[in-house]
Design a protein around this ligand. Structure first.
Ligand SMILES: Nc1ncnc2c1ncn2[C@@H]1O[C@H](COP(=O)(O)OP(=O)(O)OP(=O)(O)O)[C@@H](O)[C@H]1O
Ligand SMILES: [Mg+2]
Length: 458
C-alpha cells in the first residue's frame, strides 16, 4: 500500500455520495492511512457543511437524487472558491468531465474508485494548495518589504529595523535609537508606538536638549505647588501624562547628570517623585530614547551614566546614514512625491534618469530629512511633469556634474585633488568624515593631503 503524504492528515476532506456503501469504503480506506474524511449522502447537507467549514477538497458523486454533482460543484465554487472539487462518476463520459473542469472542478474520478488514484489526487491537490499559500505568503512579505508603516526602504539595514519593530510589538521594552541627524529616529519611535499594544495611549515626545536642567525635571516629573518660585499649582509631568503609553526622550545625551540618576530610578521603579513632593507616584510608561551622539563616547568622557545607558539600551536600533543605503533613495523619492501630490491635487511627477542619477550619487550629509527637503523644493519648482537636474539645488547639481555629466578634465590626479579638497570643505575639515565621504581610510586621507600638499580648510 502506498504511503500518503504525511501532512495529508491536516487536509480537510468531504465526500458526498448517495451510495452509503461507497461512503463507508472510502472512509475506511482513508482512516486506515490516518486521513480523516467527513461523509454525507445528501447534497443539500453537503452545501450546508461547506458553508460552515472551509474544506480543502470535496469529492462529489455525479448522479444524486436531490442535486447532481455539477450543480453542487457550481454552488460550492460560488461560496468557497478555494475549495477544490472532484467529480466522481460511474457513467464516465468525456463530456461530463469537460463540463466539470469548465465549472471550476479540479478533476474527475471514475467508479469503481481506484484508491491509489484517489490518494495521488489528494496529494496533488494538497501540494498545490500548499504552494499557492506559500506564494501568497511570499508575495505578502515582499509587498511589505519596501515599506513598514511610514518607514520606507528595501535595504537590508532597513529590513533589520522592520524586523526589530515587529519583534518587540507584543512587549514594551525600552529602546535606544542611535543615528545621525535626519535618519528617521523620531519616525521610528512613532512607528514603534503605533505598532505596539500601547497604540491607543499617548505618545509624548520630549526634546531633552531644548529645556534647561531645572525646568526639565519639573517638565518630566511634575511639581507641587510652592516647590519653587512660580510653582503656583500642582502640575503633572510628562511621565504621568504618558501613563500607559510611550515617552519619547529625544536627544537623551543632553540630559544633565543629576537628572540621569532620577530618570534611572523612574525607569527601574516605575515610580516618580514630583519636584517638591515627599511621596512617589506609580507610573506605567514605556520609554524610547534617541540621540545623534555616540552614547558610548559620552560614557567614556563621563558625560553619560553607564547604568542609565544599560537601562535604556535594552533594544538597540542603529539608523543607517542615507549614504549607506543608496538603494533606498529612489523609493524614498517616490514616497515623498506621492506624499506631496496628496497635498497638491494629486499632481504626480516623474524624475528624469539624469536627476535620479545625481540624487543617488549625492552623499546626503543631512540624510533623509535633506532628501525630503530637496524633493519638496523640486516638486515646487518643477514646471512640467518630470523633475530635471535644473530643479535640484545648485550644490547638488554640481556634485553630480563633477562626477558625471559635463566632465572635461579626465586627469585622475587633478580630479583626486579636487575631490579631496571638496570633501574637506563639505566636512569643514573633519578628516574622519572626509575619509567616509571618499570611501577611503583615514590614514589614506592624511597621506594624500601630505602628498599633494592639500591644506585643511578648518
Ligand atoms: N526611512 C524613512 N522613510 C520615510 N521617511 C523617512 C525615513 N527616515 C526619515 N524620514 C523622514 O525624514 C524626516 C527626518 O526624520 P526624523 O525627524 O525622524 O529624523 P531624526 O533622526 O529624528 O533627526 P534628528 O536627529 O535631526 O532629530 C522626517 O520627515 C521623516 O518622516
Ligand atoms: Mg529627531
Amino acid at each position: 500500500m502506498p504511503e500518503p503524504h504525511p501532512s495529508l492528515q491536516n487536509c480537510n476532506i468531504l465526500f458526498v455520495d448517495d451510495d452509503r456503501q461507497i461512503l463507508e469504503l472510502v472512509q475506511q480506506f482513508l482512516l486506515h492511512r490516518g486521513i480523516h474524511v467527513t461523509i454525507t449522502p445528501a447534497a443539500s447537507e453537503a452545501l450546508q457543511m461547506v458553508a460552515e467549514t472551509p474544506y480543502d477538497v470535496v469529492f462529489s458523486d455525479l448522479m444524486m437524487p436531490e442535486m447532481d454533482g455539477l450543480e453542487l460543484l457550481k454552488a460550492i465554487k460560488a461560496t468557497r472558491s478555494n475549495t477544490e472539487v472532484v467529480i466522481v462518476t460511474g457513467h464516465g463520459s468525456i463530456e461530463t468531465a469537460i463540463q466539470a473542469l469548465k465549472l471550476g472542478g479540479y478533476d474527475y474520478l471514475q467508479k469503481p474508485i481506484n484508491f491509489d488514484r484517489l490518494t495521488i489526487l489528494l496529494e496533488r491537490i494538497w501540494e498545490n494548495k500548499r504552494l499557492k499559500e506559500e506564494n501568497v505568503f511570499i508575495k505578502e512579505r515582499l509587498k511589505d518589504r519596501y515599506k513598514y508603516d511610514e518607514l520606507v526602504g528595501i535595504s537590508p539595514r532597513m529590513q533589520q529595523v522592520y524586523e526589530i519593530i515587529d519583534r518587540i510589538s507584543m512587549g514594551a521594552p525600552t529602546v535606544l535609537i542611535q543615528g545621525e541627524s535626519g535618519t528617521g529616529k523620531e519616525l521610528v519611535a512613532n512607528v514603534i508606538h503605533r505598532n505596539s499594544q500601547r497604540r491607543h495611549k499617548p505618545f509624548i515626545p520630549v526634546n531633552c536638549g531644548a529645556i534647561s536642567e531645572h525646568l526639565l525635571e519639573s517638565e518630566l516629573f511634575g511639581h507641587i505647588k510652592g516647590a519653587f518660585s512660580g510653582a503656583i499649582r500642582d502640575t503633572v509631568g510628562l511621565f504621568k501624562a504618558a501613563d500607559g503609553g510611550t515617552l519619547f526622550l529625544d536627544e537623551i545625551a543632553e540630559i544633565p547628570p543629576s537628572l540621569q540618576v532620577k530618570l534611572l530610578r523612574a525607569l527601574q521603579e516605575q515610580r516618580i517623585r514630583r519636584v517638591g513632593d515627599v511621596s512617589e507616584l506609580p507610573v506605567n510608561v514605556r520609554v524610547i530614547a534617541a540621540t545623534n551622539k555616540i552614547l558610548e563616547d559620552e560614557i567614556e568622557s563621563q558625560r553619560f551614566r553607564k547604568d542609565l545607558y544599560y537601562r535604556l539600551n535594552v533594544i538597540a536600533i542603529h539608523m543607517p546614514a542615507l549614504r549607506e543605503i543608496k538603494e533606498d533613495v529612489p523609493f524614498l523619492i517616490h514616497h515623498f512625491i506621492r506624499r506631496f501630490s496628496r497635498k497638491n491635487a494629486n499632481r504626480v511627477l516623474n524624475v528624469s534618469q539624469e536627476a535620479m542619477d545625481i540624487l543617488i550619487k549625492y552623499q546626503w550629509p543631512g540624510n533623509v530629512r535633506e532628501l525630503e527637503n530637496v524633493i519638496e523644493r523640486a516638486y515646487a519648482l518643477c514646471v512640467g511633469d518630470t523633475i530635471a537636474p535644473a530643479d535640484l539645488p545648485p550644490e547638488i547639481q554640481n556634485f553630480g556634474e563633477t562626477l558625471s555629466v559635463g566632465e572635461t578634465n579626465f586627469n585622475l590626479k587633478d580630479n583626486e585633488i579636487r575631490l579631496i579638497r571638496k570633501a574637506l570643505q563639505r566636512t569643514q575639515g573633519n578628516k574622519a568624515e572626509t575619509a567616509r565621504l571618499l570611501g577611503i581610510n583615514l590614514s589614506t586621507v592624511y597621506r594624500k593631503m601630505d602628498k599633494y600638499g592639500i591644506q585643511s580648510p578648518a
